[in-house]
Design a protein around this ligand. Sequence first.
Ligand SMILES: Cc1cc2nc3c(=O)[nH]c(=O)nc-3n(C[C@H](O)[C@H](O)[C@H](O)COP(=O)(O)OP(=O)(O)OC[C@H]3O[C@@H](n4cnc5c(N)ncnc54)[C@H](O)[C@@H]3O)c2cc1C
Length: 378
Amino acid sequence: MDFTFSEEQELVRETVRRFAAAEITPIAKHHDDAETFPREMFRKWGDLGLLGVRYPAADGGSDMDKISDCIVREELSYASQAFASTWSAHTHLGIWPIWKAGTQAQKDKYLGPAFAGTKVSAFGLSEPGGGSNIRALTTKAEKIDGGWRISGSKTYITNSPFADFMLLVARTSPELKPHAISLFIVDLPNPAVVIHKLEKEGIRASETGLIHIDGLELPDEALLGHETGTYPIILESLSENRVGVAANCIGMARAAHDAAIEYARDRVIAGKRLGEYQAIAHKLADIATDIEAARWLVYHGAWLVDQGKLTTPMAAKVKLFASEVAVRASEQAIRIFGGAGIMRDYPVGRIHRDSLVYVIGEGTSEVQRNLIARDLEL
Ligand SMILES: Cc1cc2nc3c(=O)[nH]c(=O)nc-3n(C[C@H](O)[C@H](O)[C@H](O)COP(=O)(O)OP(=O)(O)OC[C@H]3O[C@@H](n4cnc5c(N)ncnc54)[C@H](O)[C@@H]3O)c2cc1C
């Protein structure tokens, strides 16, 4: 067993760390307050090759591995989870299924601009009727001559307020069979797709939409994969992305921990530095241990992706643990800051608000436990 990162992976970390410190950290609070995302960031990411990290050069990607993808996520998340979530929804949710199941024509049309950052993607799965159960999905795609007519609603869709295309998940058969769920590529804007930007408490700089689709007509070429065969692709994509967002969670936990350590070193109460109080030191020790455990679980998950061996329950364990670590770490960091932790002058409050997104998004902690328990054959 070799747990060391390669020289190339360390270089990726250093490059993204420097980029994020220079280009994201200084504007993270402004965009959190304004609830806006600076779209030009996609061009900068594209120029650095950060939008195709996990994809092979043959498809126009940066030809690295999932471990490198997780390193990028960790470092972007350290600076701002909203920026990292925006990146994640585009580079994984909106692109991976095209890369995996798209025709050559679909790949040619969408992957190049997506890797360059000239086109931004979104992924529309969750619906107002419930996000936890994919099989409850009601958005319908009806076959018409030469294409499809789609109607329904989607909600909490990251990047949709400014996306250039969206992967839309719709039911292609009136029977409620899981395998009759498919993906369609929708170019945006489209008059049959009305997107309303939502206000949020977490990852506020990431733009999120509620979507109404009424009689959207798409040509046959918009169908991604087979009309009855995309469901396994969706599940595989979600599993891999659970490992990905778990890496995001390490970045948040580290950011909260580092901020709390700095504060504990500087703050003096009754002549003693905060870090000298054992109760505070123990909190920081617990967070350090949690982060260490999460880090190796996540990178093991990434390694499994690279080996083609990731399973659904393993992905669920990785995501469950790391997301709960980010929540615990950022909450403990707020406690260490005392009243200052509630003030917006410090980043720990924002990190905590942001951390809650990943015990919900990409499948809630309860859903992850269901997936893990199912594997126990109780
Ligand atoms: C900021 C943000 C961004 C998002 N971005 C996207 C995106 O880009 N694309 C997209 O498709 N979706 C996106 N989502 C949606 C996200 O995936 C869903 O919010 C999530 O899957 C939960 O679905 P829900 O909100 O409908 O909660 P519900 O399904 O209504 O769940 C409510 C509660 O019930 C519990 N629950 C539900 N079913 C079960 C069960 N079987 N067993 C035990 N407990 C259960 C849940 O754990 C939760 O506590 C995003 C969400 C957020 C918050």
